[in-house]
Design a protein around this ligand. Structure first.
Ligand SMILES: [Zn+2]
Length: 388
C-alpha cells in the first residue's frame, strides 16, 4: 500500500537533516563540507554514491537507488550552495527550520533524501532508477550551473528531472530566459567643456537615450504579444550612468538591464536584435557602442502531457487534496539546462519555504513532509514498480 509508505515519511528525521544541512556553511563554489556530509548521509541510507570532483571546491554528489530495469530514471536535483549572506544561527521554532539555505534549498535536498530513504527501506522493487544529484555552482554571480551542464553533457541525467525548489503549489510549464545587456556608448577623446567642444561632436548621453528609446519601442511591441502562461518578453532598464558635471561634454554613458525571452526565442536572436539597435545608434549619433550580452539561462517549455508532469500532478493531488495548477515562471532556475541541453523534461517542485536570499530564511517542517510524500508517489508512478 502506498499509504503505508507515506506514513513512513518521518518529520523528525526531516527536521534534523535540514538543520544539519543549514548548519554547514556552503557559499557558492565552496561546498566541499556540505557535499561530503550529504554524500555520507545518502550512503548511510543505502544509495550508491559517487562524488565527482571536476570542480574541486564544489563537488557534485551523484547517488543512485537502482531499479531492476525496464523503467525510466527519475532525477531529483538540488543545489547545495547558498547566497553568501550572513544569517542568524540555525534553529527550530513554530514548526519551521530557520537558517541560511533552509528555503533555498536545503529543505528540498532533505525532502529528496527522505523520499529515497523511505523507498529504499520499503524494499520495493522499482523498475527504473532514482538518481539524486546535488551540486554547488548554482547561485550567481559565482555559479552559472556549469557543474550540472558538465554532468548533462556526459549523460549523467535522468529521463525526467524534478528540481526540488522554486515552486511548491503551482507547476511552471513555461519559463522565460534571462540575458543581461551592458552597453557603453562612447565618443573619442576626453570629457571637455561644453563650450570648448566642437559642435557636432557625438554625445554619448544622447546616444544612450537613442538606445533606450529603441528598447522601449521593442518592449511595447513585445508587450502586445504575451506568451501563454508566462506573459510577454521584455526589456528592463536597471541603470543608466553618464556624465559627471553640468557643463562637461562626457565621453561615455553606460546602460545596463535585462532582456527576458521566451522558449521559442534563441539567445542568438536576442543578440542579433541588440546588435541591430546598436548599429542604428552608431549610425545616427556618431557614437560607438561596446555591447556585452550575458546569457544567464534560456527559456523553457514542458509539454502538459509529459509523463513527469502527469505523475507529479497526480501525486500532488493525492497528497495535498487539490490540483497543482500549470503556470508560467519568470524566475530563473536550472530547468532550461536539462530541457535545452539535455533534451529531457524538467519541472520545479519543492517544499514551500520563505525568505530565499533574505535576512531570515525558513521552511515549515510540514512542507518538508508534504514534498517528500509527493516525491515518493511521483517516483513510484514514474519509474514504475513491480507489483507484489
Ligand atoms: Zn535555489
Amino acid at each position: 500500500m502506498t499509504s503505508e509508505l507515506l506514513g513512513c515519511i518521518d518529520a523528525d528525521r526531516l527536521q534534523h537533516l535540514t538543520l544539519d544541512l543549514v548548519r554547514i556553511r556552503s557559499y557558492t563554489g565552496d561546498t566541499r563540507e556540505v557535499a561530503a556530509f550529504y554524500a555520507r548521509h545518502l550512503e548511510q541510507i543505502g544509495l550508491e554514491v559517487e562524488v565527482l570532483r571536476d570542480f574541486p571546491n564544489a563537488p557534485c554528489v551523484v547517488a543512485r537507488l537502482r531499479g531492476v530495469g525496464g523503467g525510466p530514471t527519475l532525477e531529483l536535483n538540488g543545489h547545495l550552495d547558498t547566497v553568501p549572506v550572513d544569517h542568524p544561527a540555525p534553529y527550530v521554532a513554530d514548526g519551521r527550520v530557520y537558517g541560511r539555505g533552509a528555503a533555498d534549498m536545503k529543505g528540498g535536498l532533505a525532502a529528496m533524501a527522505e523520499a529515497a530513504e523511505v523507498i529504499a527501506e520499503s524494499g520495493r522493487r522499482l523498475k527504473g532508477d532514482v538518481l539524486l544529484v546535488a551540486h554547488g555552482l548554482h547561485e550567481a554571480p559565482d555559479g552559472h550551473g556549469e557543474d550540472i551542464r558538465e554532468l548533462v553533457r556526459r549523460g549523467v541525467k535522468g529521463d525526467a528531472v524534478i528540481i526540488t525548489e522554486i515552486s511548491a503549489d503551482v507547476l511552471p510549464v513555461v519559463g522565460l530566459g534571462l540575458s543581461i545587456f551592458d552597453a557603453t556608448v562612447r565618443r573619442p577623446g576626453d570629457a571637455s567643456h561644453e563650450l570648448l567642444t566642437p559642435p557636432g561632436t557625438p554625445h554619448p548621453i544622447r546616444g544612450a537615450v537613442s538606445l533606450v528609446n529603441l528598447m522601449e519601442v521593442r518592449h511595447a511591441e513585445l508587450a502586445r504579444n504575451p506568451l501563454p502562461y508566462v506573459g510577454a518578453e521584455s526589456y528592463f532598464l536597471g541603470t543608466l550612468h553618464g556624465g559627471d558635471f553640468f557643463n562637461r561634454w562626457t565621453n561615455a554613458c553606460r546602460v545596463v538591464g535585462t532582456r527576458r525571452y521566451g522558449p521559442d526565442t534563441a539567445f542568438a536572436d536576442v543578440e542579433a536584435e541588440l546588435r541591430e539597435m546598436v548599429g542604428r545608434v552608431e549610425a545616427e549619433t556618431g557614437c560607438s557602442v561596446d555591447l556585452a550580452l550575458t546569457r544567464v539561462r534560456d527559456g523553457f517549455r514542458v509539454a502538459e502531457t509529459e509523463p513527469i508532469v502527469v505523475a507529479l500532478r497526480e501525486a500532488y493531488r493525492a497528497v495535498a487534496g487539490r490540483e497543482l495548477p500549470l503556470v508560467g515562471s519568470r524566475m530563473v532556475g536550472d530547468a532550461p539546462i536539462f530541457i535545452q541541453e539535455g533534451g529531457v523534461p524538467a519541472v520545479y517542485h519543492g517544499p514551500g519555504g520563505t525568505g530565499a536570499h533574505a535576512d531570515l530564511e525558513s521552511v515549515p517542517i510540514a512542507e518538508l513532509v508534504r514534498a517528500a510524500k509527493v516525491y515518493v508517489l511521483t517516483t513510484l508512478s514514474y519509474v514504475g514498480c513491480e507489483s507484489r
